[in-house]
Design a protein. Structure first.
Length: 484
């Protein structure tokens, strides 16, 4: 049963804590990669401190680039292993947690995710105090993995937004969450190097830990539950295999109110988009360092600009073109219309499907320019061309949520998030493998052309969705109770 909340509160429930969490992760992201490369140099390659410090003090020098070329392949392997550890178990957990949250609520699974990330960040804070082998830092991933990490937080947040929003505004609600995620990312990316240069590695991870704890407390005390159940869920009920059987049945059985073709097209496109995002983020700093001689500070400034453009792209692409343009038009009506149609002097915006296609084209241009990059300004040109690249995520999730009955929301998004969580395992491995074998100065860089090909596949899949007949689902019961 849907519970709809209105007013400003709907923008300040699960969105602020996830922004704080992303800020916490962002201040450590590039710093963690830099730490792994530095420790690889000093511990694994057994180089002296003076040589390894060149990576920080004179990263564009010929000697620093030579050291970087030796350290990067080994550092990439550690980062790839970390992605594997943090992908498999959370993905399996989400298969149980989605159906479980449909019965017992979203809040508990979100709290578990925040707790796991807080503990992992706390462990890393201590590990940075000693000059240990970087492989031991993977121990910090265990709490993250066992409690679901960001996987269950994303699952709970998407389901929560679906619970409290009307279909007409759901796209904007999901886009608002993505915009706040990018806001947290851009501020974190900018703050990370500043904290590191002033206080060192340990201070960065301590700040991250405090932010993760704050986000968890926000959810605990300020976010009300949307699903009322007098029975409290137990550990035994959480790992009931019948939940998984029901999940697969829900995701594969064709029925009224459930468009299987549209659902699986959306899941596939979301997966491909995650492959691009995770893969490119895995090798982004390594590419900029090897091709352009950038250090963490320069790359962080670039990433901040990238995030700012993404925020502008989401706000403009979703709010102005889609929401104001007419996503509230029934699916059967707007699928017959094209971009910028005028009927009786009324401006009709683009459909969610067309928004995904335009977003994929923008992302394609971004990757294509990076493949041919050999000057710093070309990195920023790619960012400008890719301004709408992030619009596809909220739009695909909106189409997905409209193609299933509300009672199956947790199950469908559980399957989606599970696949999304396993995707970094493939993406990080694939991109790291290609990059390590075809590193700069090879020109153009093949790893970015892989992203171009994936975007083309996404466009073809989305275009094929119009050929499927869609049974529009309308809830039989509309409960508009306001959250307490």
């Amino acid at each position: 049963m849907e519970q709809v909340t209105s007013g400003w509160r709907r923008y300040a429930l699960v969105q602020p804590p996830i922004m704080i969490l992303i800020f916490a992760q962002a201040i450590t992201s590039n710093i963690f990669t830099d730490l792994i490369v530095y420790r690889t140099c000093s511990v694994i390659l057994n180089m002296n401190e003076t040589e390894c410090l060149l990576l920080h003090k004179n990263s564009s020098s010929a000697e620093a680039l030579k050291i970087d070329a030796q350290a990067q392949p080994k550092a990439s392997l550690i980062i790839m292993t970390k992605s594997i550890i943090e992908s498999i178990i959370p993905a399996l957990l989400s298969l149980f947690l989605g159906p479980w949250s449909d019965m017992y609520g979203r809040k508990s699974i979100m709290l578990a995710g925040y707790a796991g990330i807080s503990m992992s960040s706390f462990i890393l804070s201590f590990m940075t105090l000693w000059d240990i082998n970087p492989w031991f830092m993977l121990i910090a991933s265990l709490p993250y993995t066992c409690l679901g990490g960001f996987c269950v937080i994303l699952l709970g947040s998407i389901c929560y937004i679906t619970d409290i929003s009307h279909e007409q505004e759901r796209g904007w609600q999901l886009a608002w969450m993505d915009a706040l995620i990018f806001t947290g990312a851009v501020t974190g990316i900018l703050a990370g190097p500043v904290i590191y240069q002033a206080y060192g590695y340990t201070a960065v991870f301590v700040c991250s830990t405090l932010c993760c704890i704050l986000a968890g407390l926000y959810v605990c005390f300020l976010v009300p539950e949307t699903i009322r159940n007098t029975d409290s869920g137990t550990v035994k009920s959480l790992f009931d295999t019948r939940l998984v059987k029901e999940l697969f049945s829900t995701c594969t059985k064709e029925r009224d109110g459930f468009n299987r073709y549209i659902v699986w097209c959306c899941i596939l496109c979301i997966t491909l988009r995650v492959i691009i995002m995770e893969g490119e983020s895995t090798i982004g700093f390594l590419f900029a360092s090897a091709r352009l001689g950038w250090d963490v500070k320069k790359y962080s400034i670039y990433m901040a600009m990238n995030m700012i453009f993404a925020i502008v792209g989401i706000m403009f692409g979703v709010k102005l073109l889609v929401t104001y343009g007419g996503t509230s038009i029934a699916f059967e009506e707007y699928k017959q219309r094209e971009i910028f149609v005028k009927e009786k002097n009324t401006f009709v915006g683009i459909s969610e499907k067309v928004a995904v296609i335009l977003s994929s084209l923008s992302s394609l241009c971004f990757s294509l320019v990076l493949s041919f990059t050999w000057k710093s300004w070309q990195m920023y040109l790619a960012t400008a061309l890719g301004i709408f690249g992030s619009v596809s995520n909220p739009m695909l999730r909106t189409i997905l949520s409209k193609s299933v009955p509300p009672v199956d929301t947790g199950k469908i998004f559980s399957m989606t998030v599970s696949i999304e969580t396993l995707t970094p395992l493939v993406a990080a491995s694939l991109y790291s493998l290609i990059y390590s074998h075809f590193m700069p100065p090879l020109y153009p860089v093949p790893v970015w052309l892989l992203s171009v090909g994936i975007n083309i596949i996404m466009i073809l899949i989305v275009m094929s969705m119009k050929e499927s007949s869609t049974i529009r689902h309308t809830p039989l019961i509309e409960d508009v109770n306001t959250l307490p």
